[in-house]
Ligand binder design. Structure first.
Ligand code: SF4
Length: 469
């Protein structure tokens, strides 16, 4: 029977069907970090259990690390405690950790792929919602909670409900100034933030096929924002070329053998899907969120919605979002004054994102009233960007050039909005309070759009901006 990649990978990793209808699924790779593991290790200790497969577990530190001064001990004692606990736990369990001295530390969803840990056909779990990022490689990757982190540490298995598969086909050439971020914001706006509940999203079509791995990671990263726990792209030559020579990828003949298998686990031509959706990639324009969830976005040349003109079921949510954001229904999103510009997060902090943002700001200066920061996703991204001189482009333009970490995506560190500041952000969530201030406001957009907004001091259309396309 022809099958989807999801069905093949799920089946290959099924240990057994459980009496309650769930599947006991083997987890090929468990990525851990400082936030969702301390309790899990404590629970293991309390039961006298050991980590079952330390060699299938990889640790890094990302959420709480300061990005301005990373010397130890950290000024924030709680952050210092969390990192110390992780260091102790991985040492006792014999788990490899990419720490601040490794040269490879960074956001867990950035370092997994760049180290070649993330490979097609794997099951990957991590105590973080945006684990779906790794699906860009044709892995079945999903976020888990602390009690599930405990389960994976103890057994390398999880009890999981199977998912249906929705194929989302995007065809057509993206216009200049339109990026993967705009595509995924478009998908979420159309299908809704809960539209993917119970589904894995398979992204297909020639727009996706032409994307780099960085772009595919941006797409898969935000699957969870559309309610889909898993998002993936079938592995192809772009995937294989990316992995060749990476530190944890197979080498020599073993790589060619692996590559042949990776090609074979792609969805079959005649596979059947539980649902299919088609999008015209050529019609997508730069998107900006105006509300308090990632589904509330408009094209940059559009106006925010008017509650009374919306379907009755959506009016209350629109009114609540407009009130929080301080917008009047029907006002243009373009021209919204910003206070902070943030290029970073596991969605958009890779080298290609930084290159695009630098291209936009080169020769310009950040607006006087804007604080602008660039936070590379990993130490490797930071070093590569510095080799290209991107750090100088940013600092000469008035951006702060920071150390790798999650930074202002979640603000579990010193990078926080203050009061009702508005932030143009390349991150993935615009929830109330997400960036550290309960009243702070987030406008999600592509890194190029963030860069243009930083210079203009307000939301602008990157397509109309000097250097913008
Ligand atoms: S960058 Fe943001 S979404 Fe990504 S892992 Fe860090 S906190 Fe989570």
């Amino acid at each position: 029977m022809p099958g989807t990649l999801f069905e093949k990978v799920w089946s290959l990793h099924t240990v057994r069907k459980l009496p309650n209808g769930q599947t006991q699924l083997f987890v090929g790779l468990h990525l851990i970090h400082e936030v969702t593991t301390p309790q899990a290790f404590d629970m293991l200790r309390a039961r006298g259990l050991k980590v079952r497969f330390p060699d299938r577990t990889i640790a890094t530190v990302d959420h709480i690390v300061p990005t301005r001064d990373q010397r130890r001990p950290f000024g924030d004692l709680m952050a210092e405690d969390m990192l110390s606990a992780l260091e102790r736990n991985v040492r006792e369990a014999g788990i490899t950790m990419f720490d601040l001295h490794s040269g490879a530390q960074g956001i867990v969803h950035v370092i997994g792929p760049e180290l070649g840990l993330t490979q097609p056909g794997m099951t990957i779990a991590c105590g973080d919602s945006h684990t779906s990022t790794h699906g860009a490689f044709g892995a079945v990757a999903f976020g888990i909670g602390t009690s599930q982190v405990r389960d994976v540490l103890a057994s390398q298995c999880l009890a999981m409900d199977p998912l249906k598969v929705r194929r989302i086909r995007v065809n057509g050439r993206l216009a200049p100034g339109v990026y993967a971020k705009d595509v995924i914001l478009d998908v979420i706006q159309r299908l809704g933030v809960n539209g993917g509940a119970g589904y894995a999203y398979e992204y297909a079509g020639d727009t996706i096929a032409q994307m780099s791995m960085d772009e595919r990671m941006t797409i898969c990263n935000m699957s969870i924002e559309g309610g889909a726990r898993v998002g993936y792209v079938n592995p192809d030559e772009t995937t294989i070329d990316f992995l060749r020579g990476r530190r944890f990828a197979p080498a020599g003949q073993a790589f060619e053998t692996a590559a042949a298998w990776w090609r074979s686990i792609a969805s079959d031509r005649h596979a059947t899907y539980d649902d299919e959706v088609a999008l015209d990639g050529a019609a997508i324009r730069p998107r900006v969120t105006w509300g308090i969830n990632p589904g509330q976005s408009v094209y940059v040349d559009e106006r925010v919605p008017v509650p009374t003109e919306a379907p009755a079921a959506e009016r209350a949510a629109i009114a609540e979002a407009l009130e929080f954001m301080g917008f009047d229904g029907g006002q243009p999103i373009k021209g919204t004054r910003i206070d902070v510009a943030f290029v970073g997060s596991c969605t958009n902090s890779r080298l290609s994102d930084l290159r695009e943002a630098a291209r936009v700001v080169r020769g310009h200066h950040v607006a006087r009233h804007v604080q602008a920061l660039v936070v590379p996703g990993s130490q490797s991204v930071r070093a590569a960007a510095e080799r290209e001189g991107l750090d100088r482009v940013f600092t000469e333009a008035g951006f702060e050039w920071r150390g790798a970490g999650c930074s202002m995506c979640l603000a579990m560190n010193q990078d926080k909005l203050e009061g009702r500041q508005i932030c143009a952000s390349s991150s993935n969530r615009n929830f109330k309070g997400r960036q550290g201030s309960p009243t702070g406001r987030t406008l999600l957009m592509s890194p190029a759009m963030v860069a243009a907004a930083a210079v203009a001091g307000e939301v602008v259309d990157v397509r109309e901006f000097a250097n913008g396309d």
